[in-house]
Every structure is written in C-alpha cells, then in structure tokens.
Design a protein around this ligand. Structure first.
Ligand SMILES: [Zn+2]
Ligand SMILES: [Zn+2]
Length: 187
C-alpha cells in the first residue's frame, strides 16, 4: 500500500491528528480547493454552509476557514481568550487563531475547550482516562487541573474519567515547556 503519510501536512497544535482519526480515507472532491483528494476531515467545523469534504491541506493552510468563513474550534473556548473582548488576551493571538482556523478540532460532548500554558495554546494529544492521570500528577499545573482547578471532584476524576466515555478526559501539552494540561467533558 502506498504510504502517503509523509506528504500530509502536520499540525503543531494537533500532532496526533491522523492517529486520532480526525481524518479518514475517502475519495472525494475537496470543497475548499476543488481538488480530488483521498482523505477527508471528520471532526467539527463551524460555518454557515454545511461542508462535507475538507482535505488536510485546506485545514492546514487556512483555505477552508477562509473560503467558508468558518472555524474548527471555538475561539472563546481557548484559555486566555477573555469572554469580555475589552479585556486583554493572555494567550498569543496569532497562535490562538491558528488553533481555530488551521488546526483540526477534536470530538467532544460539548463545545470543545482548548488549554493554554506559557501564554500559548497547548497541543492537543488525545484522550486520557483515570488510569493515566498518575503519570502527570507530579506536574503542579496538571495536578491543579485534577484537584479541583477545573471544577470537577478529584475523586470522580481519579475513578471515573475515561477515554471517550461519559466523563471524558482530554490531554494537552505545552509547546514551550512541555507541561501537561487536562480538559474534562461530560456527556
Ligand atoms: Zn482542499
Ligand atoms: Zn508551558
């Protein structure tokens, strides 16, 4: 089988996008670049128009977001983007826009949130369950996320958090210092 993976665009804020199934093999015409492609984006895209087929390149270079005036993730869901637009951003604005317009989103129960660290959006790594929390608890900021920082009962997270389950955990990693962050979402 031809392995085209080396030709595919990479996403620094979603480095595992292909392994996580955020794209699937499917023949079709990309609606953003009108080019026949063999791989299609499968996760969220918020736009006025219903878009069925976006190729990886049109996610990565911002073409899909521009052509359809859409975004893959909610800008206001990124840590450091204030809900009151008169307040200053505490996250790099260009990188936050890269997350919303040039980075695959991830499937979640509710509106996805995007963790930040060191003033930058983190990379989304994938799902995480209770049994894997331990690995990162020595990191102060991750521990704070687990121990009530996100508004969840720590005991519940230590026992019920599952990968893609009703109480779903999502793992992020800082691109500057490597610290991990957690997002929790309930179905
Ligand atoms: Zn395309
Ligand atoms: Zn950091």
């Amino acid at each position: 089988m031809h392995n085209a993976s080396t030709d595919l665009p990479e996403f620094r804020f979603s480095p595992n996008a292909y392994a996580l199934g955020l794209f699937e093999s499917a023949e079709g015409l990309c609606q953003a670049c009108n080019t026949p492609r063999t791989m299609r984006y499968t996760s969220s895209f918020y736009s006025r128009e219903e878009v069925e087929y976006i190729c990886p390149w049109c996610v990565a270079d911002g073409t899909a977001a521009r052509v359809f005036d859409g975004e893959f993730s909610d800008y206001a869901g990124i840590d450091g983007v204030p809900h009151d637009s008169r307040q200053p951003l505490t996250v790099d604005e260009a990188e936050a826009r890269e997350v919303t317009t040039r980075t695959p989103s991830y499937p979640s129960w509710q509106q996805e949130e995007w963790r930040s660290h060191c003033g930058r959006p983190c990379a989304f790594l994938g799902d995480i369950g209770s049994s894997d929390l331990e690995k990162f608890l020595h990191e102060p900021d991750f521990r704070a996320d687990v121990e009530g920082g996100l508004g969840w009962d720590p005991e519940l997270l230590r026992t019920e958090l599952s990968e893609g389950g009703d109480l779903a955990g999502y793992l992020f990693r800082c691109l500057s210092c490597g610290a991990h962050r957690l997002h929790v979402d309930a179905g």
